[in-house]
Design a protein around this ligand. Structure first.
Ligand code: UD1
Length: 458
């Protein structure tokens, strides 16, 4: 007899489990939960998904644009804002600086007319690295500011030297004292001056800081080796909607002509490409046909290309909708890179998928130095992964098994949810503060697709 392939074995097991689904559900609903001290998500794996999921506004766009509203001494309205812990934190930081905010559903009204010299509190800045992005707009608008250094985080050291060097090139005097960055514009006009700035690395945050600061600077600023992420284009569109003069965003050279002031705007945030990619992985790992709306298919190009290599087809059904058609999963190699390369923010979710794809995959992380912490948790679920330096060698296994696991960072927790959806038995995910930072209503959205999971509060 020919040896049975991993995929065939996987399929057989999957079918048997699907047939037993009613029994599994009954067991799941009556299983007493062990004492918990913090919120957890409990997933009973193997439920097939179907239907359509709504994708929220992009977290990373929204964070930069919220900082960008500081440029405008007028009201701004942001639409399609996701409901996330990170967005709430950014709101608290703006409020601490004197901004008035009013949120109704996904609409946020921001009035930054009367911003003061008060410093964003370190407790908030340390929890949200993106809060450092206020430095550019504050300096451009007030000519002086103090922002605490955000410090490192779970995925790496994450310095801000490129932000600082960019602002210095535009004439700012920057000192770091007692963990706080003090920035002042020299001269009586207190206005930054345009400059030619080459970034050693196409940092998303540094490109955003410099671009925002340059909108109100005197003269022309050119950012070379700029980041090209869709969130950069969204921020540039937002600034343009207030009257800024920006060209070249989405390429590696951005040219900004400073203007004296910016005016009111009403601006919708783009859909979150990382949330969309996460749902595509959830569909692929459960062999399910699901649709995603709204999305910008172009923003998902590298994730779609990798999914096709792995097996599933992604059908682009219009300008803002895609459908995942499941298929057998096979290994592929992934290397994270700045956009348009494969996003570091999708690496963990794809690793969960490759953990049950037939064959050996290499996953190389080049953007952050410490972003393979999810490997240990996936191993607890039966994944066969070895790490050497910044590369993980993933040998596909027929199935994962549910286990208690701990989230280590935002995208790592999404990877554990994806693994849990496909695993045999119950997965209990702890450390939800990470997931809550970046996924709006993930439990309800997955339930809407037919997943068997619940959030349990202590
Ligand atoms: C943004 C995203 C984050 C994503 C990352 C890379 C937000 C809020 N976050 O983070 O989700 O994972 O882009 O796509 O938009 N670096 C320096 N010096 C600097 C700045 C960055 O050395 O001054 C390094 C970082 O340590 C990292 C690399 O550059 O190794 C990329 O970082 P960067 O693109 O700046 O990421 P963030 O803007 O922090």
């Amino acid at each position: 007899m020919l040896p049975i392939s991993i995929t065939q074995r996987y399929r057989k097991k999957y079918l048997v489990l699907q047939r037993e689904e009613t029994t599994i559900k009954a067991t799941y609903q009556t299983t007493p939960t062990t004492a918990i001290l913090e919120p957890v998500i409990e997933i009973y794996g193997r439920a097939p998904l179907s239907g359509e999921v709504r994708i929220s506004g992009a977290k990373n766009s929204a964070l930069a644009i919220m900082a960008g509203t500081l440029l405008c001494a007028d009201d701004c309205r942001l639409r399609n804002l996701p409901a996330l812990a990170d967005i709430d934190r950014m709101g608290q930081i703006l409020a601490a600086i004197g901004v008035k905010l009013k949120r109704e559903g996904d609409v946020l009204d921001i009035d930054a007319r009367n911003i003061g010299q008060s410093q964003a509190p370190y407790e908030l800045v340390s929890q949200l690295r993106a809060s450092f992005f206020v430095i550019g707009p504050l300096l451009a608008r007030l000519g002086t500011t103090q922002v605490p250094l955000p410090g490192g985080c779970a995925i790496g050291a994450r310095p801000v030297d490129l932000h600082v060097r960019g602002l210095q090139a535009m004439g700012a005097d920057v000192r770091i004292e007692h963990g706080v960055v003090h920035a002042n514009v020299k001269g009586r006009s207190q206005r930054l001056s345009g400059a030619r700035i080459y970034l050693d690395y196409p940092s998303v945050g540094a490109t955003e800081t410099i671009m925002m600061a340059a909108t109100l600077a005197e003269g022309e600023t050119i950012i070379e080796n700029a980041a090209q992420e869709p969130e950069i284009i969204d921020l540039a569109n937002f600034c343009r909607s207030m009257g800024a003069q920006i060209q070249g965003d989405g390429t590696n050279t951005i040219v900004i002509q400073g203007v004296e002031r910016l005016h009111t705007t009403d601006f919708p945030i783009i859909p979150d490409r990382i949330e969309a990619g996460t749902f595509l992985c959830a569909g692929a790992i459960t062999h399910s046909e699901i649709s995603l709306y709204p999305v910008v298919p172009d923003h998902l190009a590298s994730a779609i290309a990798k999914l096709r290599e792995i097996g599933p087809e992604v059908v682009i059904e219009g300008p803002d909708r895609v459908r995942l058609v499941p298929a057998e999963l096979r290994a592929t190699d992934i290397e994270t890179l700045p956009y348009p390369g494969f996003p570091t923010d999708m690496q963990a979710q794809f690793m969960a998928l490759l953990a049950v794809s037939e064959g050996n995959s290499l996953v190389t992380e080049t953007v952050f130095e410490n972003r393979l912490q999810h490997v240990a948790e996936l191993q607890r679920m039966g994944a066969n992964i070895k790490v050497k330096g910044n590369t993980a060698v993933v040998q596909g296994v027929p199935f994962l098994s549910g286990a208690p696991v701990m989230s280590t960072d935002l995208r790592a927790s999404a990877a554990l949810v994806i693994a849990g959806l496909a695993a045999e038995g119950t997965t209990v995910i702890q450390g939800l503060k990470h997931l809550d930072r970046g996924y709006e209503d993930i439990v309800s959205k997955l339930k809407g697709l037919g997943a068997n999971l619940r959030r349990i509060e202590p």
